[in-house]
Design a protein around this ligand. Structure first.
Ligand SMILES: [Ca+2]
Ligand SMILES: [Ca+2]
Length: 300
């Protein structure tokens, strides 16, 4: 009798223990499932919240046929191949102001000659969509109308100074008052600029004359000419917006451009999309953010 009672008791306790185990395991399972659902919905809510709070607008889109970089003057003294320096220094040629550097022709039988060249370094890191590179000089000379002066650049592919492919190869006649002489490399600019932005540019006289000309240079520099489609963005939201693609849509084409533009909260930025086909007539521009929002602009 006692043995039977003991067996019953043992059985009961065993069942109780296994019940406890089942309950505990179930509880753990429930906790895992609930916490996962909670985390997942929290993440979803966070994502939705961010997507909803994003507030990016395109305030303007326009075509820029021609825009310019800053000027890059030389940062070192000119090399004089023929002639001499009379006064001033290269620093006087860095800005249009009341200071200049003076060079004088040297007798090179049977003519007076001048031949100087400068090294110019363009900072390419900030610029894209290059159309061409322009050289500009502001100078004056004595014995005006006796001869022309020429701007040439070192052609890295042919290995000599030339003006092949320049928009103007006819030279320039200086006057005794300041005047500008500007040329550009057209689409041949890559022949004249090294990949690091280095250019060697020469100013030389025409050659055949008997006057000893004195030349004052007030300004001598190069700049980049660019083109593209300009997007003005305004981020009115509290979060940084990351634009991952831009769309240009007109009656003839529907084109997507991959970009990587970050616009901080409250920031306005201008972005130049270069190397693209300009829309014809009416168009719609769109910007798609990483969070999946789309800003649309149509000029009207
Ligand atoms: Ca001469
Ligand atoms: Ca100057």
């Amino acid at each position: 009798m006692q043995i039977i009672i003991l067996l019953h008791k043992l059985k009961r306790e065993k069942r109780a223990v296994s019940n406890v185990i089942v309950v505990v395991l179930s509880l753990i399972l429930v906790v895992i499932i609930v916490s996962n659902i909670f985390l997942w919905s929290y993440e979803m809510n966070q994502y939705d919240w961010e997507k909803m709070r994003e507030n990016l607008t395109i305030t303007n889109v326009y075509i820029l046929n021609e825009t310019y970089s800053e000027w890059f003057p030389t940062q070192q003294e000119y090399q004089i191949n023929i002639g001499s320096r009379q006064s001033g220094s290269y620093i006087d040629t860095q800005t249009v102001d009341g200071t200049w550097e003076t060079f004088k022709e040297e007798a090179k039988p049977p003519n007076y000659r001048l031949d100087i060249n400068g090294t110019f370094l363009v900072d390419l890191s900030s610029y894209s969509s290059i159309v061409t590179v322009e050289i500009q000089i502001r100078y004056r000379a004595t014995n005006v109308f006796s001869e022309k002066f020429y701007l040439k650049a070192y052609n890295w592919s042919s290995g000599d100074y030339s003006n092949n492919g320049f928009n103007d190869t006819s030279g320039h006649t200086p006057t005794d008052d300041w005047s500008y002489y500007a040329v550009n490399f057209t689409d041949k600019w890559q022949d004249y600029m090294q990949e690091d932005g280095k250019l060697l540019i020469k100013l030389e006289d025409e050659g055949f004359d008997s006057h000893c000309t004195v030349v004052d240079i007030d300004f001598f520099a190069v700049r980049i000419v660019m083109s593209g489609i300009v997007f003005s963005f305004k981020n009115k939201g509290p979060l940084t917006a990351h634009v991952v693609s831009l769309w240009m849509v007109d009656s003839k084409f529907h084109k997507r451009y991959e970009v990587d533009i970050y616009i901080g909260a409250g920031e306005n930025i201008i972005y130049v999309l270069g190397g693209v086909k300009f829309p014809e007539g009416e168009f719609i521009a769109k910007a798609v953010t990483e969070r999946g929002n789309i800003a649309v602009y149509s000029p009207s």
